[in-house]
Design a protein around this ligand. Structure first.
Ligand code: NAD
Length: 484
C-alpha cells in the first residue's frame, strides 16, 4: 500500500518538518498505518509564527470585502472537494462515510461561508455621552493566533476556529490532532489553490506536547483557541494564563438527556439513539446519561434497546454502517475499561459491552458495540467521568428536582437535551440546568449564530456568531470630547 506523506503548510508552501521525523497515522477501521504526518517541533512553530507575523500587516488591513472573497474561495474549494474530503475524514477517523458526508464536510464548508459573509456585516459600538462626547469602540484583529483542535470532528472543528480568526483579520498558526491530520492537510492544498496569501494560515502537524505546547508558550502568539479534553485544557490554561494570553477553551462533557413521560415518544426514541451513538459516541455533545421519568422507564428501556440493536457496526465505507470504528487502539482500550468499571460498579449491560470483530479488511479494526447500561447510581465514576465512546447509562427519576440534581452533579456543563411537551416545564428546566447549550425536543440542531460552549469544567468562553468575532478582536475604546 502507498503510504501518504502529509506536509506542514508554512508561509504558503507545503514543507517537511525541520526534524525530518514523522508520526504514523492509522486507519482505525483496519488498524493499519496508512499515512505519516510531520513530527514537528518548536522550530517549525517558530517558522510558522514568523510567516504569520510577516503576513499580518497586509492581511489585517485588507478590506473586509477582499478578505471575504478569499475565504469564500476556500469554502468553494471545500465544496468542490466534497467527496475527497468525506472519504479522507472517514478513513482517518473511523467514522461512517455517510456521517462525514452529512455532517463533517458540509459543516466545514459552512464555517467558511458563515464567517466569510459575517465579516461584511461586522460593526462595533459607539456610546454617546451627555457631556458632549462620543465613545467609539474599535475592534481590531489581534495578531497571530493559535488554534488547536481534537480528533473527533477533525475538519469541522478545525475550520470552526480558523474561519472566524481569519475573517476577523488575524493570521493563524494551527495544529490539528496528530491522530487525524489528513483533512487539515487537504485544507492547506485548498488554501493554496484559493490564493490565500502566504503566512496568513499556517498548519503545523505534530504532537500536543511538542507543537501544541510550543504554540501555547510562544511569546508572539497572544491568543489561544483550544478544543479538546478538560485535563489538556487545564494544562494549557496553566501555561498561558501567567503570560496573560486570551484563551478560549472548549472542553469535555458528560451530557444528560432528560426524558419526561409526556414527550413525543417516537421522535425522542430515534433522536436519543442518534445522540447516544452518532460518531460512535465521540461527539462532545453526545448524551451519555439518559434519565427517564419512572412511568416511562420500562417501556423506554425495551424500545431503546430494540432501537440500538438495529444499529449496524461495520466498515465505515459501507453505506449500511451506522457506527464505524473508534479512533485509536488506546481509545478502544479506554472505552472497554469503562464498560468493565460499570460492571464493577453494579451496572447491568442491557446490550453491547464488547469489542466487535468485523469480517474482511476491517478484521483488525477498533470496533465497539453500542452499549446500554442500567442500574448505576448517578454519582458513580461511570456516570461522572467522560467516556467519549458508544456507551450510555439509563436511569429512572421521579421529580424535576431530583433529575436536576442528577443532571447537574458532574464537573461538566457542556450540553443537555430535554424531552417534554410541557412548555412551562421545558423553560423551567432550561433555566436551572447548568449547561452552556440546552436542546428542547431536539439534538445537535445548530445555528452558527448562537453562542457555543460549556459551563463549569467544560470550558471558558463561547464560540460561534459574534462571540467568535469578539474573541478574535481586541476592543479599544476611543473617547472624543467635542463639547466645551
Ligand atoms: P486532547 O486534549 O487529547 O487533544 C486535543 C488537542 O490538543 C490535540 O491537537 C492535541 O495534540 C493537543 N494537545 C495535547 N497536549 C497538548 C499540550 N500540552 N499543549 C497544547 N496542545 C496539546 O483531546 P482529544 O482526545 O483530541 O479530543 C477529545 C476531547 O475533546 C474530549 O474530551 C471531548 O469532549 C473534547 N471535545 C470538546 C468539544 C467542545 O466543543 N467542548 C468538541 C470536541 C471535543
Amino acid at each position: 500500500m502507498n503510504i501518504i506523506t502529509i506536509k506542514n503548510y508554512i508561509n504558503g508552501t507545503l514543507v517537511m518538518p525541520t526534524s525530518g521525523q514523522y508520526l504514523d497515522v492509522y486507519n482505525p477501521a483496519t488498524g493499519a498505518v496508512y499515512a505519516k504526518a510531520p513530527d514537528s517541533d518548536a522550530h517549525d512553530v517558530q517558522l510558522a509564527t514568523e510567516a504569520a507575523q510577516q503576513a499580518f500587516p497586509v492581511w489585517s488591513k485588507m478590506s473586509a470585502e477582499k478578505r471575504s472573497k478569499l475565504l469564500l474561495k476556500i469554502a468553494d474549494g471545500i465544496t468542490a472537494n466534497f467527496e475527497k474530503l468525506a472519504l479522507a475524514e472517514s478513513i482517518d477517523n473511523g467514522k461512517p462515510l455517510s456521517l462525514a458526508r452529512t455532517v463533517d464536510i458540509p459543516r466545514s464548508a459552512s464555517n467558511f461561508y458563515f464567517y466569510a459573509t459575517a465579516v461584511m456585516h461586522h460593526a462595533s459600538e459607539s456610546h454617546f455621552m451627555e457631556e458632549g462626547a462620543i465613545n467609539y469602540t474599535l475592534r481590531r484583529p489581534i495578531g497571530v493566533v493559535g488554534c488547536i483542535s481534537p480528533w473527533n470532528l477533525p475538519l469541522y472543528l478545525f475550520t470552526w476556529k480558523i474561519a472566524p480568526a481569519l475573517a476577523a483579520g488575524n493570521c493563524v498558526v494551527a495544529k490539528p490532532s496528530e491522530i487525524t491530520p489528513m483533512t487539515a492537510y487537504l485544507l492547506s492544498e485548498i488554501c493554496i489553490e484559493a490564493g490565500l496569501p502566504p503566512g496568513v494560515l499556517n498548519i503545523v502537524h505534530g504532537l500536543g506536547g511538542k507543537v501544541g505546547q510550543a504554540i501555547t508558550e510562544h511569546p508572539s502568539i497572544p491568543v489561544i483557541s483550544f478544543t479538546g479534553g478538560t485535563s489538556t485544557g487545564a494544562h494549557i490554561a496553566s501555561t498561558a494564563a501567567p503570560k496573560f494570553k486570551k484563551l478560549s477553551l472548549e472542553l469535555g462533557g458528560k451530557n444528560p438527556a432528560i426524558i419526561f413521560a409526556d414527550c413525543n415518544y417516537e421522535t425522542m426514541l430515534k433522536t436519543v439513539a442518534r445522540s447516544s451513538f452518532s460518531n460512535q459516541g465521540q461527539i462532545c455533545l453526545c448524551g451519555s446519561r439518559i434519565f427517564v421519568e419512572r412511568p416511562l422507564y420500562e417501556q423506554f428501556k425495551a424500545d431503546f434497546v430494540a432501537e440500538v440493536n438495529k444499529l449496524t457496526v461495520g466498515d465505515p465505507l459501507n453505506e449500511a454502517s451506522n457506527l464505524g470504528a473508534v479512533v485509536s487502539e488506546a481509545h478502544l482500550k479506554k472505552v472497554l475499561s469503562y464498560i468493565e468499571l460499570a460492571k464493577e460498579e453494579g451496572g447491568m449491560i442491557l446490550t453491547g459491552g464488547k469489542r466487535i470483530q468485523v469480517e474482511g479488511i476491517c478484521k483488525n479494526g477498533w470496533f465497539v458495540q453500542p452499549t446500554v447500561i442500567e442500574g448505576l447510581p448517578f454519582d458513580c465514576r461511570t456516570n461522572q467521568e467522560e467516556i467519549f465512546g458508544p456507551v450510555v447509562s439509563i436511569m429512572p427519576f421521579d421529580t424535576e428536582e431530583e433529575v436536576l440534581r442528577y443532571a447537574n452533579s458532574t464537573q461538566y456543563g457542556l450540553a443537555s437535551s430535554l424531552w417534554t411537551e410541557n412548555l412551562s416545564r421545558a423553560n423551567r428546566m432550561a433555566e436551572e440546568i447548568k449547561t452552556g447549550i440546552v436542546w428542547v425536543n431536539c439534538w445537535m440542531l445548530r445555528d452558527l449564530r448562537t453562542p457555543f460552549g460549556g459551563m463549569k469544567n467544560s470550558g471558558v468562553g463561547r464560540e460561534g456568531g459574534w462571540e467568535a468575532f469578539r474573541f478574535f478582536t481586541e476592543p479599544k475604546n476611543v473617547c472624543v470630547k467635542y463639547g466645551t
